[in-house]
Design a protein around this ligand. Structure first.
Ligand SMILES: [Mg+2]
Length: 391
């Protein structure tokens, strides 16, 4: 008998993606405590210093999909109230009585139902949470890990790079690749350019000559600034610079590509639905596509991005993919995803296993990660655990 969807329910959960209070004392505060990171608001002095000053304080979103046989799956996304309302007040109820295994059909229905207000943007966060819950449910119904259902494993483990400002801690943990959040943008002028170069020089010095290093520019630049900075940074052999421009600026990206043919370019964490990835791949605007599985439209969207990337011979390295079991399963399965990103915002000295979101979630060991092979995404969470995440 076909298992159908009985209920889809979203609610607010803790927003920090850090599981509980670490037992081990920190050696020093993490870079996230006070480091300035360049971004789209860096030109406005009132909101320049800290991203938290202008970003919404909405909690994260949990989504529970329950099937007619009582099985359930759990997904997460971001941006609290509007995303919760999109799920509970619109998309969720319209999926009730649909076949629970039909993830392609259900994703297509959600994208079409969201089209009057826009599936990209906040709509994509809601669709992601539901889609991830449905894939977790599918894995549990089949009693297999999701990475097997989508055709993996493609590799025995995932090689991870660390993102954050504590480069020495990344190296101590055994990562062989590290990415630094760029501190300055065009508003800081020539002094900012020099300080950015000094930061990259320090990163190269700390990482050593045999590690890969990257720079995350988080929508902070324009084309002119990105070209000037990349030119200065050429001696440091960066593997890529990331998200230099506002996410919608595809023509700017084309210009950047043309002016920096030798520089690795990455983007995509703020692209929603597969279409911008298809545009970027067909025009070869970037070398690395970076969908976020919890933002772009879920695993179903990520699999479409992977198909696009694979056909174009481009890599997919999902944004913060190693920070959730969802990204971990995609990373183990997709042949075109040869690295995983692990965002490291916790303090140096605290073991990574003390900072995870779900009890069953794997963390990088010596820079490599092997996801849980438990059914679904292997969250290792009971309904009581999920209830305890609610805020
Ligand atoms: Mg990034």
């Amino acid at each position: 008998m076909t298992v159908t969807i009985a209920k889809v329910q979203a609610f607010a959960i803790r927003s920090d993606l850090v599981g509980g209070t670490p037992r081990t004392p920190a050696r020093r505060p993490p870079w996230t405590a006070d480091a300035e990171v360049a971004g789209p608001m860096s030109g406005y002095p009132r909101y320049k210093k800290l991203r938290a000053a202008w970003r919404p304080s909405w909690p994260a979103v949990g989504c529970l999909a329950t099937a007619s046989d009582g099985s359930w799956g759990f997904g997460v996304s971001r941006y609290g109230a509007p995303v919760i309302e999109t799920i509970n007040g619109h998309l969720g109820p319209l999926l009730v009585d649909e076949p629970a295994m039909a993830t392609e059909k259900l994703w297509d229905m959600m994208v079409r139902m969201a089209s009057p207000y826009g599936a990209p943007g906040l709509g994509a966060y809601a669709i992601s949470a539901i889609d991830l819950a449905l894939w977790d449910l599918k894995g549990k119904l089949l009693s297999r890990p999701v990475y097997e259902i989508i055709g993996g494993p493609s590799r025995p483990h995932i090689e991870c790079y660390a993102t954050g400002g504590d480069t020495d801690w990344h190296m101590e943990l055994g990562f062989r690749a590290t990415k630094y959040p760029c501190p300055h943008g065009p508003a800081d002028g020539i002094a900012g350019l020099e300080a950015n170069e000094a930061a990259v020089a320090r990163m190269r010095e700390t990482a050593g000559p045999h590690s890969e290093i990257m720079l995350d520019c988080w929508m902070a630049f324009d084309v002119e600034y990105a070209v000037r900075l990349a030119d200065r940074l050429r001696p440091y052999r960066l593997r890529w610079i990331e998200d230099c421009l506002m996410p919608e600026d595809m023509e700017g990206l084309a210009s950047l590509r043309a002016r920096l043919p030798w520089m690795g370019l990455a983007s995509g964490e703020h692209w929603y639905m597969p279409q911008p990835f298809a545009t970027a791949a067909s025009r070869r605007l970037v070398d690395v596509l970076q969908p976020d599985i919890g933002w772009v439209g879920g695993l179903t969207a990520c699999l479409r991005v992977a198909a696009i990337a694979d056909a174009a011979g481009i890599e997919v390295i999902p944004h913060a993919g190693m920070n959730t079991p969802y990204g971990q399963h995609f990373g183990l399965a997709a042949p075109c995803s040869r690295w995983g990103e692990y965002f490291l915002g916790s303090a140096p000295g605290i073991p990574l296993e003390e900072t995870r979101l779900f009890p069953g979630m794997a963390v990088p060991v010596d820079g490599r990660l092997v996801p849980s092979d438990a059914p679904g995404f292997g969250l290792g969470a009971t309904l009581d655990d999920i209830a305890a995440m609610r805020v």
